[in-house]
Write a protein that binds this ligand. Structure first.
Ligand code: NAG
Ligand code: NAG
Ligand code: NAG
Ligand code: NAG
Ligand code: NAG
Ligand code: NAG
Ligand code: NAG
Ligand code: NAG
Ligand code: NAG
Length: 883
């Protein structure tokens, strides 16, 4: 059975056979149909409406008349998207509901250009499928069964530069959410067959109450058995249509079995779910019986099955089928007098949608802002993801598998009227808000002062009135850069003091023009600190005072005596390095690690400075965070969150008694990769860590991994720079061999080091392996490639795992690691790519684990019975099926 993209030239030829059905739970959009138009399609009886209420962009077109013949009416119109990279439908749905979603495309030379376009279809922030139109006359449709993740669904058409995207119809059918369950992911239709069809035609609603499309499937070695009665679905939640169930196939030679297989070549690496529908269609005599077993790749899988007379039963796979070989045989049992039958079958592939949507409250908030101000721009679909299509004027933070958050919003010069809307308060992570040069009226709302992360608030050039809330003024003294110039009716304080002069409220704003300026100045401060005792209560030098206030903004400054107290006079040493020593301590109930700079090394001071600069810029769940600092005379110290479980190397070493499971290893690798990805791709300008190694990956109480030690890190001096030269630093075994000779520093040096760490995680061996016998030292990458050349994955993976891992994910992880340690840096992947690959490994392993847990039954078969219907209800006789 081979099918992927489902082609049709004609939908249904048949007249409806059953009475009109309820269309509740249907959303049937005829795309491009003029606004407010509706009609009932004559062959199916489906009521279509215009799509105009669900999308703001695109233009309505029609296919040429010669292509319309034989096609259902909803394909006659289409919506085409000559403008914009991404255009999205916005459907308000209920979270947790399960829908069959079908998109249909008939080109029909609508633009009279005869150029067949290719474009992408996205479901929310994820790629659903790539659409390739192969013939003007041939329509294609793609179907997915998907559980709605929030209160809306975005279906987007994305221009990939290969022609103008369009869509003919978008149909959603609410399903019973107990059906078509997967362990992970959605289900993309691969094939849905009416096995041994008598009509040879495709059909859908009204024969199928869920409007699934069924294709005929006939074979020479299979023959038809049929009934003229209705096959009822009863309590079978799948509700397979009688039209498909009334006909079944049985082998021509009744002593043989029904054998079929899935050809996965069109969907390499896919995982399959299978749904087989059975019903007895012959009235059996007392001395007759039909009983059969199902075998999968030669192994007994499920049985015995005795189909019920005129009532459907559905059997489905409980977990995804993988492995590349999918042969199914249905054998009659020894005591069965009749050969096996198969009435209908559905095959789906698993579609993983890994990218999370933006934090739901923020989508709602920003959508409301869009509506209130009537903003057009490219504000469609998810605001933050995919990153390439993020909305203009806002930036987001992306941290691995957490929903993205909106961190800056620039609506400057956007012609905004009215008051500042309260929805802004839902954007709780907002750091930057620019509403300048608009016509905003009313007061400066108090709620703005509740945005804890806000560092820049620009309200210049509006018509705001009233008094600036005192809480905001307070904030502005503590680092918020507040600008309210050019609002003639706005008072700074009571009695009204108008802000005629520049920046009245903002004493320190001028020095905080941007983060990058801040970092440069910060370096100066450290130099200042070296020379003299810094002010403790902030009444001396203005410049440094301001900067301390800024530091205080996020990180707290501690006196040396406080550091002595928190470490109980440096009682417990956690480790030492070239820079100095790290001590255990606590501030109230919070455990901390205190790194004290050893002043004996000038390298140490530089590293210390580098670390402060870097840590001040970066904030990510997978990077250790700075809690405070101390700078009293010669005593320079940094206070970090305490990582209770120490470093990764300890857990990988032979001496460790706690063996990390494969799932934990993949997760730690992914988290460390995300930290590094953030430094490379999330920071502007990017940061190169330069000392990625397993001892610099720290684990907290919950074994969450964080990258630490930024003492060697380098920032690209200019944005867009791709490399810089610097003296060689790093650790033997992790150092990029190319960099060692070229002395040109790129992100790829970190990728190499990360690859070495990944190999350590997979193998449990150190970066440099000392042979016990002959004292020969081998680099881990050489060791791995020597084993790989034998194709022996099992002996690469840490033997302490005892084979308890998903082999495919292990292969993939090894492959990624080996690419990372390529000698030629151009062959190495980016950290983005590494993160993507590792997250796929992790999902595969997690699916394996949940598969094991969810499938505790001793039944060797991997199938379950969905629902039996034993009672036979009233049967309706219906006329002969037209041929
Ligand atoms: C469609 O109907 C709505 C509500 O009845 C109306 O506001 C809108 O103007 C109509 N659109 C067109 C194009 O007729
Ligand atoms: C199925 O849908 C119902 C509401 O129709 C909801 O209460 C339930 O949680 C859903 N079940 C699952 C597994 O999503
Ligand atoms: C039917 O199949 C059986 C077993 O494979 C075989 O022995 C027999 O010859 C076949 N009969 C015909 C008519 O092909
Ligand atoms: C079942 O019984 C009928 C007569 O009632 C007979 O004709 C037929 O051959 C029998 N079939 C089998 C498989 O024994
Ligand atoms: C999507 O539609 C809903 C309901 O019509 C609306 O509230 C929301 O603002 C829309 N979202 C976007 C991004 O346009
Ligand atoms: C978003 O980030 C880009 C690139 O870093 C920057 O050019 C732009 O100004 C930012 N926009 C806002 C609204 O902060
Ligand atoms: C904000 O938008 C305005 C107008 O579009 C632009 O001039 C300004 O550079 C933007 N600011 C940032 C930080 O991107
Ligand atoms: C202010 O916005 C208007 C359009 O609303 C624009 O023409 C003008 O250039 C903007 N002024 C500044 C200083 O950005
Ligand atoms: C601010 O302006 C609005 C009209 O835009 C007016 O209704 C309101 O009374 C004014 N508030 C103050 C305090 O002047």
């Amino acid at each position: 059975m081979r099918s992927h993209f489902l082609k049709f030239s004609i939908f249904a030829l048949q007249a409806p056979l059953i009475h009109a059905q309820d269309q509740s739970g249907f959303i049937s959009l005829d795309c491009g149909l003029p606004d407010n138009t509706t009609y009932t399609e004559s062959t199916t009886g489906i009521d279509y409406i215009s799509d105009a209420a669900y999308i703001q962009t695109g233009i309505g077109k029609s296919i040429l008349p010669e292509f319309q013949r034989g096609l259902q009416r909803q394909t006659w119109h289409l919506r085409s998207f000559p403008e914009g990279d991404r255009n999205c439908y916005n459907l308000s749905l209920r979270k947790g509901d399960e829908y069959l979603i079908r998109a249909t495309f008939v080109y029909g030379n609508y633009d009279e250009m005869n150029e067949l376009p290719k474009f992408d279809l996205h479901l929310g922030p994820n790629l659903w499928t790539s659409v390739t139109i192969q013939k003007a006359s041939v329509g294609i449709s793609t179907e997915i069964i998907h559980v709605i993740q929030s209160n809306h669904l975005f279906v987007c058409l994305v221009n990939t530069g290969n022609g103008i995207p369009f869509i003919s119809a978008l149909e959603l059918r609410l399903l019973n959410n107990a059906t078509y369950r997967t362990q992970i992911g959605s289900l993309e239709l691969f094939a849905r067959f009416d096995v041994c069809s008598t009509t040879g035609a495709t059909f859908r609603f009204k024969e199928d109450i869920y409007d699934r499309l069924w294709w005929p499937y006939n074979r020479n070695d299979w023959t038809l058995v049929t009934t003229s009665y209705t096959v009822i679905a009863g309590s079978n939640l799948y509700q397979p249509p009688s039209l498909a169930m009334r006909t079944a196939c049985t082998p021509v030679n009744s002593s043989q079995s029904l054998v079929f297989s899935i050809d996965p070549s069109s969907v390499p690496n896919a995982e399959f779910y299978l749904y087989m529908h059975f019903a007895e269609v012959q009235h059996l005599q007392a001395n007759e019986s039909r009983k059969f077993n199902i075998f999968y790749n030669g192994q007994f899988w499920f049985g015995p099955i005795i189909p019920s007379y005129l009532a459907s039963t559905t059997f489905s796979t409980r977990s995804a089928l993988t492995g590349g070989n999918y042969q199914f045989s249905i054998y009659r049992t020894a005591d069965s007098t009749l050969p096996p039958i198969l009435n209908a079958i559905e095959i789906y592939t698993v579609k993983l949608f890994l990218q999370y949507e933006t934090f739901e409250k923020e989508i709602d908030a920003i959508s409301n802002v869009k509506t209130i101000y009537g903003l057009k721009r490219n504000w469609q679909g998810d605001p933050c993801v995919p990153q390439a299509y993020a909305w203009d004027g806002l930036n987001c933070s992306y941290s691995g598998y957490n929903p993205p958050r909106i961190i800056s919003l620039n609506l400057s010069s956007s012609g905004l009227n009215g008051e500042i809307p309260p929805y802004i308060t839902s954007l709780t992570q907002l750091q930057y808000l620019d509403l300048s040069n608009n016509s905003l009226t009313g007061p400066v709302p108090e709620f703005l002062s509740q945005l804890q992360s806000l560092t820049v608030l620009n309200l210049d050039g509006n018509m705001l009135n009233g008094t600036v809330p005192s809480a905001l003024i307070e904030r502005s003294k503590n680092g918020l850069q507040l600008s309210i110039e050019g609002n003639p009716n706005l008072c700074v304080s009571l009695p009204c003091k108008k802000n005629k002069k520049k920046n009245v409220v903002v004493p320190i704003a001028a020095s905080v023009a941007s983060f990058s300026v801040l970092i440069i100045v910060l370096a100066t401060v450290w130099r200042l600190l070296k020379r003299r005792q810094p002010p403790l209560d902030g009444n001396t030098d203005d410049e440094s005072n301001t900067l301390f206030q800024l530091l205080e903004l996020k990180n707290r400054r501690f006196k040396f005596s406080e550091v002595q107290t928190m470490t109980n006079d440096f009682e417990r040493l956690l480790g030492t390095g070239g820079f100095g020593s790290v001590f255990y301590g606590h501030i109230d109930d919070t455990e901390v690690a205190v790194k004290m700079l050893s002043l004996s090394s000038s390298q140490g001071y530089k590293q210390f400075e580098a670390e402060v600069k870097t840590l001040f810029r970066v904030h990510h769940a997978n990077l250790t965070s700075l809690i405070g600092y101390c700078n009293e005379g010669a005593n320079l110290g940094l206070i970090y969150e305490y990582m209770a479980k120490g470093n990764l190397a300890e857990f990988l070493s032979d001496k460790s008694t706690r063996i990390l499971k494969w799932e934990e290893r993949l997760r730690i690798a992914l988290e460390a990769a995300q930290g590094l990805e953030y430094l490379h791709e999330g920071c502007r300008p990017p940061i190169i860590h330069r000392d990625v190694k397993s001892t610099n990956i720290l684990l907290n109480e919950d074994f969450q991994a964080k990258l630490a030690d930024f003492g060697f890190s380098k920032t690209f001096p200019i944005e867009g720079g791709s490399h810089l030269s610097a003296s060689i630093v790093g650790t033997t075994g992790y150092l990029d061999p190319e960099y060692r000779t070229s002395i040109i520093l790129t992100k790829k040096g970190d990728v190499y080091s990360f690859g070495v760490v990944l190999l350590e995680i997979i193998t449990g061996k150190p970066a440099v392996i000392n042979a016990q016998t002959n004292n020969v030292r081998t680099h881990i990458s050489q060791w791995v490639s020597s084993i790989l050349s034998r194709g022996d994955i099992k002996s690469i993976v840490d033997p302490r795992l005892e084979g308890d891992f998903d082999v495919n994910s292990a292969w993939k992880a090894v492959e990624v690691a080996v690419l990372c340690v390529s000698h030629n840096s151009t062959r190495r992947p980016t950290m983005n790519e590494v993160v993507l690959e590792l997250s796929q490994c992790l999902s595969a392993e997690r699916a394996r684990i949940t598969g094991e847990h969810g499938n505790k039954s001793k039944n060797p078969a991997d199938m379950m019975t969905m629902s039996f219907s034993t009672e036979i209800g009233p049967v309706h006789e219906i006329g002969p099926v037209p041929r």
